[in-house]
Design a protein around this ligand. Structure first.
Ligand code: BEZ
Ligand code: FE
Length: 288
């Protein structure tokens, strides 16, 4: 086939991919090609604009290493990660909602003992304890579930962004007891800007958008026989809840941290008064 025109090129390209053996991959490729071609036609994309886009994506890829995931950041900022989460979430009523994982998850973080703090530096001034249960959809305890958390320090940076923090500061996983109960210790999170020193930062600037995420703690909860839950706990007092740069806030995930001034309660939980407290259950759905 030669001398193709704007009118017939898309069909020719689709035909060339029609023999892709895997049916799901064939559908993904066909639909992606149709939408990308439609985009080019609709905006009458110029060669200069196309090259600018190619260079942007190239720089985004080149920025990635084992600590920096600019591609996930781009997906998050375009609302694609949130949309993928929405179309694939579909959990039963009453179970905890999921949200985006973000680019700062680190596999193989260390285990923390019952009530041990994930804060690895001195001088915690906003200590927070989180206690509750991991439950299944019928309200049954999920014994031995793993509850992994990660968050930024008070300066708004994750350990992997900030060489002054000890490795694995503010990340780790806890094992729930036989009755599903857990006790986590951390600090109350703060809102923070996502990294703006790369291509995604340029995009935000060109679009006149702010880079902030509302204060949150990430949690990944898993247990055999249950669907793994990747979620956040958002602070109800945060000013960015309605303008999260990555569109990941769900009302059901907003929590109120209670200030507790009781010296007796502080001694019970092994913290200094005053401290912050959250009672929170995670409700998992069954694995299909
Ligand atoms: C995060 O919460 O760690 C995050 C999520 C999406 C983009 C950037 C950061
Ligand atoms: Fe985060």
């Amino acid at each position: 086939m030669r001398n193709m025109t704007e009118a017939d090129l898309t069909e020719v390209v689709l035909e060339r991919y029609a023999s892709t053996p895997d049916p799901r991959l064939r559908t993904l490729l066909h639909t992606l090609i149709r939408h990308l071609h439609a985009f080019v036609r609709e905006v009458r994309l110029t060669e200069d604009e196309w090259m600018t886009g190619i260079q942007f994506l190239t720089r985004t890829g080149q920025m990635c290493d084992d600590k920096r995931q600019e591609m996930i950041l781009l997906s998050d900022n375009l609302g694609i990660s949130a949309l993928v989460n929405m179309v694939s979430a579909g959990v039963p009523e009453g179970t905890t909602e999921s949200t985006v994982i973000g680019p700062f998850y680190v596999p193989d973080s260390p285990q923390r003992e019952w009530g041990e703090s994930v804060l690895l530096r001195e001088g915690a001034d906003r200590e927070l304890i989180i206690h509750g249960r991991v439950l299944g959809p019928q309200g049954e305890a999920v014994p031995g579930a793993s509850i992994e958390i990660w968050q930024t320090d008070a300066n708004g940076m994750y350990d992997i962004q900030d060489r002054s923090q000890p490795e694995h500061n503010l990340r780790g996983w806890y094992r729930a007891r036989k009755d599903g109960t857990f006790l986590l210790k951390t600090i109350r999170p703060t809102s923070y800007p996502i990294p703006t020193d790369g291509p995604v930062g340029e995009l935000l600037q060109l679009s006149a958008r702010h880079p902030f995420r509302p204060a949150h703690i990430h949690a990944m909860v898993s247990a055999p026989g249950y669907r793994q839950l990747t979620t956040h706990l958002f602070d109800s007092e945060d000013e960015y809840l309605d303008s999260d740069v990555v569109f990941a806030v769900k009302s059901s995930l907003i929590r109120t941290f209670e200030r507790n001034e009781s010296a007796e309660a502080a001694a019970q939980w092994g913290v200094k008064a005053p401290f912050w407290e959250l009672r929170n259950d995670f409700v998992l759905s069954r694995d299909e």
